[in-house]
Ligand binder design. Structure first.
Ligand SMILES: *Cc1c(COP(=O)(O)O)cnc(C)c1O
Length: 547
């Protein structure tokens, strides 16, 4: 549904899209024969403005496909509410400095041939109601599959990235339909389900039932019609509602979660299914700050293609690493001075937190006991920088943004802090490289993986995180970063966070710079070699695609 390719192309909302973009980049670097498909999302996700009362004001965030892509003439039609809706692909050629070009197709229904309402289907990423979302998923799954055929691709494996793409299985299923056999007795017998499973790989990114896309069958009937018999759909996608995750699970021969912990959680949600795990990774060349990249380049000229060599980053000179870090931090401070008119200090530790603003990520955890936070800052000063978008219909997320703004005000004069508006790829890159500490406080086990902490680590920013998602695998406490080892309840996790900050993290920064830099090097050299998207794509190829 989303792929983050560049800041100016508003075809993403957050981590899921960033991961898809990093996957495409690694696919290009590794010269994999792949094509990526997403929606053109002409109106983008949300352009975030923060008003005087600290509230998010969300605006449409349009962009111009013609500036970054070429409209292709091969159009296809899908049937929506009984109308033919035409879908046109735009081709964005993703050129990677390290390698090859990967085609990314952006599907667009804004065509003269279409009815006004249908022209808007590919406008708003995650916008609109259930019917709108279902139409988008028809364009993505069914339209996407037709577009690939119209363009002459012969696809051996389809990788469904999250349930949003699951309708892709339906044209594959229909193509196997036989009109004889036991069909009259049981419509399932008319389809070659193992044949479809052979061709599909599914990655789930959501660890809770409530997060899965689900559509009422009456809505499906009205919008999609009799594309596949209801009897068959209910058996493949759930009896009460069409559950996109269940559909993808049942029609994919390989299913995985995005971290070991997430795969375990998924196995509990889907007992009886085989769920593999391929932990996410980030594209190191894309996310490494220029100053740090220059250091890597000097020592291991092949680091971008072979991130494994970052295992030797523990040999980097302390002074050189610290100066490179200060360069990245200065860039971030300059950005904050510009956007927030607030000058933070280079010589004080900077704690960063940037996430999608939503309840389970618990953005307010560090502010849950303001007295205690002030007390800690008295003896050991530090600063905080925050960013993040809330989905327009996520009231909890919007409320959190307002509360964060109020906390920043309340800490004025005690803890310098800023909320950078309009979190995007660009701001994300500046944050993960420029902070000293990267904070992560989700409610376990709800963070499927998380990837911003990996970006931080390869830049030498130290993670301070609840043990969830990828951090269960990446954390060596006191070596690659720190765990926040509460029991998962808010008060317990907050207590563990304050204790770690006061007794371990801040004392180390303020009085043992040598050990701090040693940890930076441990983070780069232990996390860089494995939590990168080259390793991730190589695993997808050998374990899922060539299966
Ligand atoms: C990396 C990234 C994310 C995902 O980070 P999480 O750790 O999963 O929250 C989201 N948005 C942007 C802009 C990013 O760069």
């Amino acid at each position: 549904m989303e792929i983050a390719l560049r800041t100016e192309m508003h075809t993403y909302s957050g981590g899921l899209g960033v991961l898809a973009g990093d996957s495409a980049r690694s696919a290009a670097d590794l010269d994999l024969p792949m094509v990526f498909v997403t929606l053109v999302s002409r109106q983008g996700y949300v352009r975030q403005e923060i008003d005087a009362r600290h509230a998010q004001v969300g605006h449409p965030d349009p962009w111009s496909p013609q500036d970054f892509a070429t409209a292709l003439p091969q159009m296809v039609a899908v049937s929506i509410e009984g109308r033919s809706v035409w879908v046109r692909p735009w081709l964005h050629a993703l050129e990677c400095p390290l390698g090859h070009v990967i085609p990314v197709l952006l599907l667009d229904t804004d065509l003269d041939q279409n009815a006004i309402e249908d022209r808007r289907i590919t406008d708003a990423l995650y916008g609109g109601d259930q019917a709108y979302r279902l139409k988008q998923e028809i364009v993505l799954g069914i339209g996407g599959q037709s577009v690939l055929r119209a363009l002459g691709f012969s696809i051996e494996k389809y990788h469904l990235n999250e349930g949003h793409a699951a309708l892709l299985t339906l044209p594959l299923l229909r193509a196997t339909q036989q009109l004889d056999g036991g069909r009259a007795a049981d419509p399932m017998l008319g389809y070659d389900i193992p044949g479809v499973r052979e061709r599909c790989v599914f990655t789930t990114h959501t660890p809770v039932e409530a997060g899965f896309d689900k559509f009422d069958y009456d809505l499906v009937q009205r919008v999609l019609g009799d594309y596949v018999e209801r009897d068959v759909l209910t058996r493949l996608a759930g009896s009460d509602r069409l559950n996109m995750t269940r559909l993808a699970m049942n029609l994919s021969g390989y299913v995985n979660g995005v971290a070991r912990r997430h795969a375990e959680t998924t196995r509990k949600l889907f007992p009886g299914y085989t769920i593999a795990s391929i932990t996410n990774g980030v594209h190191v060349h894309r996310w490494t700050h220029g100053a740090i990249a220059r250091l890597f380049e000097q020592q291991f000229s092949n680091w971008a293609h072979e991130p494994e060599v970052l295992a030797f980053a523990d040999q980097i000179d302390d002074g050189a690493l610290w100066s490179a870090h200060e360069e990245a931090k200065s860039d971030l401070l300059a950005r904050i001075a510009q956007t927030n008119r607030r000058q933070l200090r280079l010589d004080l530790p900077l704690i960063g937190y940037a996430r999608r603003m939503t309840a389970y990520k618990r953005p307010e955890l560090i502010f849950s006991d303001m007295g205690r936070l002030r007390e800690i800052a008295k003896g050991q000063p530090f600063q905080i920088v925050l960013a993040g978008l809330a989905h327009p219909s996520d009231g909890g997320g919007q409320e959190a943004i307002r509360a964060l703004g109020a906390h920043i005000d309340a800490l004025d004069g005690v803890i310098p802090a800023a909320f950078i508006p309009g979190y995007n790829l660009d701001i994300g890159a500046a944050l993960v490289a420029g902070c000293d500490v990267w904070l992560n406080t989700p409610q376990p086990p709800l963070e499927a993986s998380g990837t911003s902490g990996m970006k931080a680590a390869i830049n030498g920013a130290l993670n301070l995180s609840v043990l969830d998602g990828w951090w269960v695998e990446g954390c060596v406490d006191g070596v690659t970063g720190w765990s926040i080892a509460g029991n998962g309840a808010e008060a317990s996790d907050a207590g563990a966070l304050y204790q770690k900050l006061r007794d371990v993290v801040l004392p180390l920064y303020h009085s043992d710079r040598g050990r701090w830099i040693w940890m930076m090097k441990q983070a780069i050299s232990k996390i860089g070699p494995s939590f990168n998207s080259h390793r991730m794509m190589r695993r997808y190829v050998t374990e899922a695609y060539l299966r």
